[in-house]
Write a new protein. Structure first.
Length: 379
């Protein structure tokens, strides 16, 4: 039996610095699986353009659909299709992130042609857009191309229980739960979660000392709850709402003096904002559990999220601030009247570190790789 390392091809729609939870997950898996001895090649769209870096292959795409409509659907060019084909030829197995992106669909089709085992990781289930035609097209693609990818898979992994339940009812392929981890940049000591450090960081970040500070981190798109945040910010002029991220929507256009747009940030900078703020506000309507939630929790930051978002995780309700969609303003007001103590915030951080660990998750992925590859070799 050969002792050569397993050659895995990981495929995602985008990669950092493009903003998104899937991008962060793929980046963490690339690093941790490589550290575990797996020979990982990673293909993703070159948006924004950074070029290839070793085994991090970036392919040219047309990204006008995201630029014009805010829907992230990169379309590979002909040269990109050739690169995906060659990468599939040179690997032992193919691991794709989600099934509604053309990068993933092409990789799955090529893997079937070349007889390569396929692993699919599902990060979210299709969501409803305001534009009903976009929703219809998405659902049609999910029930055709998405079903093809899932039925072709040798293994399906899901990052949270809500997607796991839906995937298990959608496909006959065995599905298993492997949660995301938390990047080390967001690992803080309990001694850092204090009023004194919060006060010091606010001075450094030019945040007010005498006001509550809410932070949003993510893409500026409707499904992340931007319209709801605008309404909440208008209802609480005494609270500063710090917006970290970028996207087709621009909170600066809201004309609200208590909204501060800080743009894209590194994980190190975002960590400081989490430590300096009073709560994360993320009324996302996406069908999933955004990675930014455990990252904020690891910094001891209370997370105000919709109850439907929490359902995707489904545990430790007392560690979340759960909002109802029809009474968002009332929910925020109730939390401001009775916020988490710093003692509870430290307990929150400890809980996050115990439940989201990239080293553990990567070891589980490597186990899936090994089992799938071994079964296919025995056939």
């Amino acid at each position: 039996m050969s002792c050569s390392p397993l050659r895995a091809l990981q495929v995602s729609a985008y990669a950092p610095p493009h903003l998104g939870g899937i991008e962060i997950c793929a980046a963490q898996l690339f690093d941790t699986l490589t550290a575990l001895g797996c020979e990982v090649t990673w293909i993703a769209s070159d948006v924004p353009r950074v070029g290839a870096q070793g085994r991090r292959i970036r392919i040219p795409v047309r990204n006008q659909i995201e630029d014009w409509f805010g829907v992230p659907i990169p379309i590979p060019t002909l040269s990109a299709v050739r690169k995906i084909w060659r990468a599939v030829e040179d690997c032992d197995l193919v691991h794709v992130h989600d099934v509604l992106y053309l990068n993933s669909i092409l990789a799955v089709c090529f893997a079937r042609l070349r007889g390569r085992p396929i692993i699919v990781t599902l990060h979210r289930w299709p969501l409803a857009y305001r534009n009903r035609w976009v929703t219809l097209l998405q659902n049609a693609a999910h029930h055709s191309l998405g079903r093809l990818c899932l039925s072709s898979a040798n293994a399906v992994t899901c990052i949270h229980v809500e997607v796991l339940r839906k995937a298990a009812a959608f496909t006959k392929v065995r599905c298993q739960l492997i949660p995301n981890g938390i990047a080390r940049d967001f690992s803080v000591k309990n001694t850092e979660i204090t009023p004194e450090l919060q006060h010091s960081l606010r001075g450094h970040l030019k945040l007010p000392l005498d006001r509550k500070v809410a932070v949003f981190a993510g893409r500026f798109v409707e499904n992340k709850g931007l319209h709801d945040i605008r309404a909440i910010a208008a209802s609480f002029p005494g609270v500063l709402f710090v917006m970290c991220g970028s996207g087709p929507l621009n909170p600066s256009d809201w004309g609200l003096a208590n909204v501060s747009v800080r743009g894209l940030m590194s994980s190190t900078d975002l960590r400081e904002f989490f430590l300096a703020s009073d709560f994360l506000l993320l009324p996302s309507t996406e069908a999933g559990f955004p990675l930014v939630v455990p990252e904020a929790m690891a910094c001891g930051l209370p997370c105000c999220i919709l109850r439907q978002t929490w359902f995707a995780f489904g545990r430790a309700e007392d560690y979340f601030v759960l909002l109802e969609r029809d009474r968002l303003v009332n929910g925020i007001a109730e939390y401001l009247d009775s916020p988490f103590s710093f003692c509870k915030r430290r307990a929150l951080a400890s809980y996050a570190k115990e439940n989201w660990d990239w080293d553990k998750s990567s070891a589980e992925y490597l186990s899936v790789y090994t089992q799938v590859f071994s079964r296919e070799r025995e056939r």
